[in-house]
Design a protein around this ligand. Structure first.
Ligand code: ZN
Length: 327
């Protein structure tokens, strides 16, 4: 059974390649965070090593060991486990050493590179050699949410499979039918997940995800109506957080973008498309006081602040300027 939720076309493609024996030696799975890339990579690793006639069965020893990350022929290279800022040449050299040995307990060695765009230039060039002359019985699976940051020569040596966010209705239906979520909650989760099943499923399993989000939303709404001193204090707090976790601040700026995008939608009479459907009363109240032009301008300001932070601008300055520009 393929565990990947909502991407039947991608599953069919792999089922056909598996049954016809025409699986590529390398895949590049492209799509936003939580869309299902890691699940698909794990299911593929299971499928090529499964002991049953209907792979991946999720029941044989091989499938279960891969699900528990205990299979000795399935290796994941990711930044989280490395605690590093990029995937370096050493990790690739280690992978190459293992790749040239025969499989130990399965039929095929699988190497999964999470956030493949974080390969250093040196590491990418070294990986290129393995992609050009793949050792027998190996499968390379590269995952990325930022395809443009990947070396084009790497991308061109992999078969590209794109996982797109699911449409709102498809995502809602999936949650109602497969996860027995009440329709109203399913609709909200589908919107908040931006069509990425992994996010919605994680939010169902961990209540803290939704309560954290609610807290952030209340914060955003209160800063929108706050005076300059509170806005500047908020910018200082965000800048301090940025020094500890860039990803968290990027996530919060993403929420700001969505909030102001929702304001614009409400302002233009397209409230049915808002992401924060549970915040409609707040959105309507704020939108009343704003001109569409100033909402659009501030949306551009938020995006610009995000880009400046990525380019290592002074975080406090960039965030203070953003707060001062808010209409
Ligand atoms: Zn199996």
């Amino acid at each position: 059974m393929w565990e990947l939720a909502g991407h039947s076309r991608a599953i069919r493609l792999f089922q056909q390649s598996l049954s016809s024996g025409q699986l590529s030696h390398a895949y590049l799975l492209v799509g936003p965070a939580h869309v299902g890339k890691s699940t698909l990579a794990r299911n593929l690793a299971q499928a090529v090593n499964c002991e049953s006639a209907d792979p991946p069965c999720q029941e044989c020893t091989s499938c279960r060991r891969i699900a528990a990350s205990k299979h000795s022929d399935v290796h994941t290279v990711d930044l989280l486990s490395l605690e590093k800022k990029e995937i370096g040449i050493r990790q690739i050299a280690e992978m190459q050493n293992v790749a040239h040995l025969p499989p130990f307990e399965g039929r095929c060695k699988v190497f999964i590179f999470d956030r493949a765009e974080m390969l250093s230039h040196e590491a990418a060039n070294s990986l290129l050699k393995t992609l050009e002359e793949p050792p027998p019985n190996t499968l390379m699976i590269l995952l990325t949410a930022r395809e443009s940051a990947l070396l084009p020569t790497i991308a061109s040596r992999c078969q590209r499979v794109e996982l797109r966010p699911l449409p709102l209705q498809a995502m809602t239906d999936l949650l109602v039918k497969d996860y027995r979520v009440a329709p109203e909650k399913a609709d909200l989760l589908a919107r908040l997940s931006r069509g990425c099943p992994g996010w919605a499923i994680a939010a169902l399993r961990d209540e803290a995800i939704l309560s954290d989000r609610e807290q952030r939303m209340a914060e955003i709404a209160s800063i929108c109506s706050a005076g300059t001193p509170d806005r500047l204090a908020y910018a200082a707090d965000l800048a301090a957080l940025f020094s500890k976790s860039r990803d968290k601040v990027a996530g919060i700026l993403g929420m700001w973008l969505e909030w102001w995008r929702d304001l614009l939608l409400v302002k233009c009479g397209n409230g049915q498309w808002v992401i924060n459907a549970d915040q409609k009363a707040r959105l309507l109240a704020q939108a009343e006081k704003l001109a569409p032009k100033s909402v659009a301008a501030f949306l551009r300001d938020i995006a610009a602040a995000g880009e400046q932070l990525e380019l290592n601008a002074n975080p406090r300055l960039a965030l203070e300027v953003l707060m001062l520009r808010m209409p």
